[in-house]
Design a protein around this ligand. Structure first.
Ligand code: ADP
Length: 226
C-alpha cells in the first residue's frame, strides 16, 4: 500500500536545523497492523504525519498505492487523504457540542454521500464499535474508552484504506486501553490496514509488526511470530 524511500523531514528555524526523519525506508502492505515505537523526539509523529499527508517530506519518495505523493499540491493531498485515510488521536478530538452520532456523521459531510447513506453508514459503524446505545449522548457524558470508540467509528465511517492512530490509548486507563486495542485488532482482522504509534510494549504486541525508531531512523523491525 505504501512505500517510503530515503524519506526525510528536516525542520529549519533560523539557523537551527532538526532532522526529524533521516532517510527512512519503510514498506507497509495491505492488511498489516504496524506499531511504531521509540523514545520521545525520535520522529514517530513526524512519520505518522507524513504517512497521513498532513505534512510534506523535505527529501525522498513516498508512494501511496503506487502514486508519488511527495510532490503533490496541498489541495490534491487533501483529496487523497480524505478518500483513503482515517485518523485516531490520543486526545479523541471529538466535538462536545455535537452528539455521538453527529460527531461520526461529520466525517462524511465533505464526502459525496447522500443524507440517507450518511445515516446508514453511521448506524453501521456505531454498531460495529458498540456505541449505538450512546448515539444521542454528548462525548463528555461517556467514559474515555467509549469516547475513543466514537473516535474510531469516526475514523472508520468513510471506509478508509488506512487507519493512522497516534497513541490511541495514551489517555486511557488499562482496562479501556485494552478494549480499544482489541477493537483495533478486530478491525485489522476484518481487513483494515493500521499504523499505530504507541509507548506501550503490551499494546505494540497486538500489532503484526513492530518498528523501533531512534534519532529519526528505523533502528529495528520485528514481525510477530504467526
Ligand atoms: P516523537 O513523535 O517521536 O516524539 P517528533 O516526530 O514529534 O517525535 O519529533 C522529532 C524531532 O523533530 C524532535 O527533535 C522535535 O523536536 C522535532 N520537531 C518536531 N516538530 C517540529 C517542528 N514543527 N519544528 C521544529 N522541530 C520539530
Amino acid at each position: 500500500m505504501l512505500q517510503m524511500r530515503a524519506l526525510s523531514r528536516v525542520y529549519r528555524a533560523d539557523t537551527v536545523e532538526t532532522t526529524a526523519l533521516d532517510a527512512i525506508d519503510l514498506d507497509i502492505a495491505d492488511g498489516e497492523f504496524v506499531a511504531i515505537m521509540g523514545p520521545s523526539g525520535c520522529g514517530k509523529s513526524t512519520l505518522l504525519n507524513l504517512m497521513g499527508m498532513l505534512d510534506s517530506p523535505t527529501g525522498g519518495s513516498y508512494l501511496f498505492d503506487g502514486q508519488e505523493v511527495a510532490g503533490l499540491s496541498e489541495a490534491r493531498l487533501a483529496e487523497v487523504r480524505k478518500a483513503a485515510i482515517g485518523f485516531i488521536f490520543q486526545s479523541f478530538n471529538l466535538v462536545d457540542e455535537l452528539s455521538v452520532r453527529e460527531n461520526i456523521e461529520l466525517a462524511l459531510l465533505y464526502h459525496d454521500v447522500s443524507a440517507a447513506d450518511r445515516k446508514r453508514r453511521t448506524d453501521e459503524v456505531m454498531d460495529r464499535v458498540g456505541v449505538a446505545h450512546r448515539a444521542r449522548h454528548r462525548p463528555s457524558q461517556l467514559s474515555g474508552g467509549q469516547q475513543q470508540r466514537v473516535a474510531v467509528a469516526r475514523a472508520l465511517v468513510s471506509s478508509p484504506r488506512l487507519i493512522l492512530a497516534d497513541e490511541p490509548t495514551g489517555n486511557l486507563d488499562t482496562a479501556h486501553g485494552e478494549e480499544v486495542m482489541r477493537m483495533l485488532q478486530h478491525l485489522n482482522t476484518e481487513g483494515s490496514t493500521i499504523v499505530m504509534v504507541t509507548h506501550s510494549p503490551a499494546h505494540a504486541d497486538y500489532a503484526s509488526r513492530m518498528v523501533n525508531m531512534l534519532d529519526g531512523k528505523i533502528l529495528q523491525e520485528r514481525r510477530r511470530a504467526a
